[in-house]
Unconditional design. Structure first.
Length: 118
């Protein structure tokens, strides 16, 4: 079995999944990056399918960019512009070509965290 990548977003300020967040996925090589996928979170805060399925997955460096600003505005969590958090990049390495990498985002208007999930 080949590896693959999944993600989800939880709104920790409201205590619910974050629906409608656009997520971009880049493959990083040296100082350059190339967009390889794009998805939007569903009502469960997840993408409908792995953002990077087995067929496209390989060992290397990736960057997920969570476009959180539109969501924070739409949910009324922004008082002033510019936003403290708008686009949130998470760069990480995948060293096991047969593993499932799950990289979630826990989001609030003034902070976020991530981890390697299962």
């Amino acid at each position: 079995m080949s590896g693959y990548l999944t993600t989800h977003v939880l709104d920790t300020a409201r205590g619910c999944p974050a629906e409608g967040i656009r997520i971009l996925l880049y493959r990083v090589s040296g100082t350059s990056r190339r967009k390889i996928a794009e998805a939007v979170t569903n009502a469960d805060g997840r993408t409908d399918a792995p953002i990077l399925p087995e067929a496209g997955f390989s060992v290397g460096t990736y960057e997920l960019v969570f476009c959180a600003g539109a969501y924070l505005r739409a949910t009324g969590q922004v008082a002033k512009e510019p936003l403290f958090l708008d686009e949130i990049p998470l760069r990480f390495g995948a060293s096991d070509g047969a593993a499932h990498y799950h990289v979630p985002l826990l989001l609030s208007p003034f902070g976020y965290s991530t981890y390697r999930g299962s």
